[in-house]
Design a protein around this ligand. Structure first.
Ligand code: NAP
Length: 310
């Protein structure tokens, strides 16, 4: 098997928690370098700038971009211009148009571009998709409620323009929804709650519509303490499908289809998919979850709420 020498750029929480262990477990990749302004990994050559890494390491042919979305585009352009294949953490960019621009640039340069949605690799997602494929969907409900202080301590970028606020986790639910529903839906109505001192929302409620009068209601909230909720319920003509724990568990019409653990195996599946795309020299870029978020911002009624302090 060909082993791809890969660099990770933006060496923060997700790079350490998920990318490094999954690369280490993969036969298809070897972590060859990190690119980060402040952080480094023990024993791995470290660069503070992507141009320096590209100049010093012609053996590195791929890079995983794990910095916050506001900075992703510049790194991606530098990598693609140098002929590197690129894996984008979610969300793939800070706007829909910049992701489309990257897609065009990657195609022109013959590079593989993989816009990842890690939640689509949760243990139950493919089973949920297969079960729904032969059913008539009537409606769906997303409940994605978590404690921002627990999951994002001190991460100022999530509150800055382009940081998405509560859609940073909420887009994971939308990435699952767009993967499993047999019909496309679009946002028709949205209500966003912005803390008085922040540029991004702490809570969002969306209504979506799809052909056949499918209605989806989504409730995203970052103020939930105690047990956390990452659930999607889909009503069909033959009963309810329930995805819980962020897509790790699935029950359909009262029968358990998959029982997994949250986050388990998502990134192993994601790197296996990247290896598959590299072997075929194919890109995979689905902007539909990002389009729903952009439409929510475009259509939303804005509600100002209490200031948020970490
Ligand atoms: P993070 O730890 O706050 O940031 C990652 C690293 O990116 C930082 O440590 C920083 O390293 C670098 N960085 C920050 N701002 C930058 C900028 N303006 N320009 C260049 N580099 C910058 O964030 P994270 O939690 O790992 O999340 C990063 C991405 O992964 C986000 O898109 C997020 O949605 C996604 N993600 C996160 C999780 C999670 O559980 N945390 C799960 C799945 C996906 P240096 O200071 O060393 O440059």
């Amino acid at each position: 098997m060909t082993v791809t020498e890969i660099a990770i750029a933006g060496f923060g929480k997700i790079a350490r928690d998920q990318h490094v262990p999954s690369i280490a477990r993969s036969d298809a990749f070897r972590l060859a370098a990190t690119v980060s302004r402040n952080a480094r990994a023990d024993g791995i050559p470290a660069f503070g700038d992507i141009a320096d890494m590209i100049a010093a390491r012609p053996d590195v042919t791929a890079v995983a971009l794990c910095m916050p979305p506001q900075a992703r585009f510049g790194y991606a352009v530098a990598a693609i211009e140098a002929g590197l294949d690129v894996l984008l953490e979610k969300p793939p960019g800070a706007s829909v148009a910049e992701v489309k621009a990257l897609t065009r640039t990657a195609k022109a340069k013959g590079c593989v571009l993989f816009a990842t949605w890690h939640s689509r690799f949760a243990a139950g997602v493919s089973a949920a998709k297969a079960w729904l494929a032969t059913r008539r969907v009537l409606s769906a409900r997303i409940t994605w409620r978590e404690d921002v202080r627990h999951w994002h301590p001190g991460q100022d970028w999530i509150w800055e323009p382009g940081g998405l606020g509560v859609f940073d986790p909420g887009i994971n639910a939308l990435s699952i929804l767009t993967e499993i529903l047999p019909v496309p839906v679009h946002v028709t109505d949205a209500e966003l709650e912005f803390p008085a001192n922040r540029a991004t929302p702490i809570a969002a409620r969306l209504t979506m519509y799809g052909a056949g009068d499918v209605i989806v209601a989504a409730d995203f909230d970052w103020r939930q303490t105690g047990p956390q909720t990452w659930d999607i319920e889909v009503e069909t003509d033959v009963g309810t499908l329930r995805l819980s724990k962020g897509g790790a568990e699935v029950e359909a019409a009262g029968r358990r289809l998959v029982a997994g653990e949250a986050l388990q195996s998502e990134y192993d599946g994601l790197y296996s998919r990247f290896a598959h795309l590299l072997a075929r020299r194919e890109s995979e870029v689905d902007v539909s979850p990002l389009v729903h978020v952009a439409d929510a911002f475009m259509l939303a009624r804005r509600i100002e709420t209490d200031p948020f302090h970490d």
